[in-house]
Design a protein around this ligand. Structure first.
Ligand code: 5GP
Ligand code: MN
Length: 343
């Protein structure tokens, strides 16, 4: 965003507006944290704000301040469409292309004639609006929301609830401050959030220590299915619909499972394949260490994308066929993978 654009946006936001805030489909901690923080901030600036999530978000985020007030586009379709149609401005948070909200909602957003404001840290953002704050070096959209509030000259409006939402997204997107994207600035921002009242121990507990028994059993199944391909420093996990059903799978239950595959000594490329019979897809989460880009890999072969070291993708062939396709691709990446990361 140029300085002129920023000044224009400040001017737009200087009088009360109807604002809709949209995170990506299957919102994670960063998407929900950023949306809620932005809502709380804009409410304080006297705007009328509505969060419209494409679909539901996991239980472990439902304690976040104000989260129950958001509409889900798939379940509250009429209210969601009305909010979007009445909006003067729509914030798009934690995604880089309109299709990331899913087909139905994308169609509604495409018809919107007002301005979008996109704040995001994913690679290769679509050229959708002049109000784009994109920084692919940032650990999280939540950290960008903090900087956005700073840029607006409104740091004085930060409070405990906003700090709690921002802290949550930074924590979840950095793997609790351990990924390379975690910088000294991230830690300075986090220090400020704690000073503002974000209760770091409670937030961590709410997100990570509220496992259901079924989820841990499902993790057991996933670890049992873990396969290693040493030649390509690769490990992968599969979960079939049958296995998910047996453990009464709930949204969010498989979050983070792929990281167990990546935690194996010597592994630098990890993937989890999750069968979704209802949607007719295999959902993939891809992770890497070092320079090997799972964003490029997912874009090229599995209709996905994301970041260098964390991306998502999908396929419409069967679970076994997807795994076979994946295994057949590995030899093409042998060099890239072996040069990716030094222990
Ligand atoms: P996850 O594996 O946790 O679903 O996603 C990992 C990262 O990649 C997240 O930052 C997520 O937003 C992004 N991502 C997941 N799926 C897609 C996709 O289909 N396209 C793009 N561009 N990014 C994705
Ligand atoms: Mn994010």
């Amino acid at each position: 965003m140029t300085n002129t654009d920023l000044e224009d946006l400040k001017k737009i936001l200087s009088t009360p507006k109807n604002i809709v805030i949209v995170p990506h489909k299957n919102p994670d901690g960063d998407a929900m944290g950023a949306s809620l923080a932005m809502k709380l901030f804009l409410d304080k600036k006297n705007h009328r704000t509505t969060i419209v999530t494409p679909n539901d978000y996991p239980e472990f985020l439902k304690w976040l301040p104000n989260s129950h007030k958001s509409y889900k586009f798939d379940l509250q379709n009429r209210q969601s469409k009305r909010a979007i149609n009445n909006a003067d401005l729509i914030f798009l948070l934690d995604f880089n292309a309109l299709h990331r909200v899913g087909d139905d909602m994308e169609k509604t957003l495409e018809k919107f004639e007002g301005d979008f404001v996109m704040i995001d840290h994913h690679q290769q953002p679509d050229d959708l609006t002049r109000f784009i704050y994109s920084d692919t070096e940032m650990c999280s959209t939540c950290q960008m929301v903090y900087h956005f509030i700073e840029m607006m000259g409104d740091k004085n409006l930060l409070d405990k609830d906003i700090a709690t939402c921002i802290y949550t997204g930074i924590m979840t997107d950095t793997g609790s401050f351990r990924f390379r994207s975690t910088t000294s600035t991230t830690h300075r921002v986090v220090a400020d959030l704690i000073d503002l009242g974000a209760d770091n121990a409670r937030i961590h507990n709410n997100v990570y220590d509220t496992n259901s028994y079924n989820r841990l059993q499902l993790l057991g199944v996933a670890l049992n299915n873990l396969k290693v391909v040493p030649e390509f420093k690769t490990a992968y996990i599969t979960l079939s619909q049958k296995e998910l059903d047996k453990q009464s799978f709930q949204k969010g239950d498989t979050e983070g499972f792929v990281n167990y595959a990546l935690s194996l000594k010597g592994v630098i490329f990890a993937v989890i394949f999750i069968e979704d019979i209802e949607q007719g897809i295999i959902k993939m989460s891809l992770r890497s260490k070092g320079t090997f880009s799972v964003n490029e890999f997912a874009r090229a072969h599995f209709s996905g994308g994301g970041h260098t070291n964390a991306a998502g993708g999908r396929s419409t062939i069967s679970l076994q066929e997807t795994v076979d396709k994946f295994l057949n691709l590995l030899p093409n990446y042998k060099e890239e993978i072996s040069e990716s990361y030094e222990d």
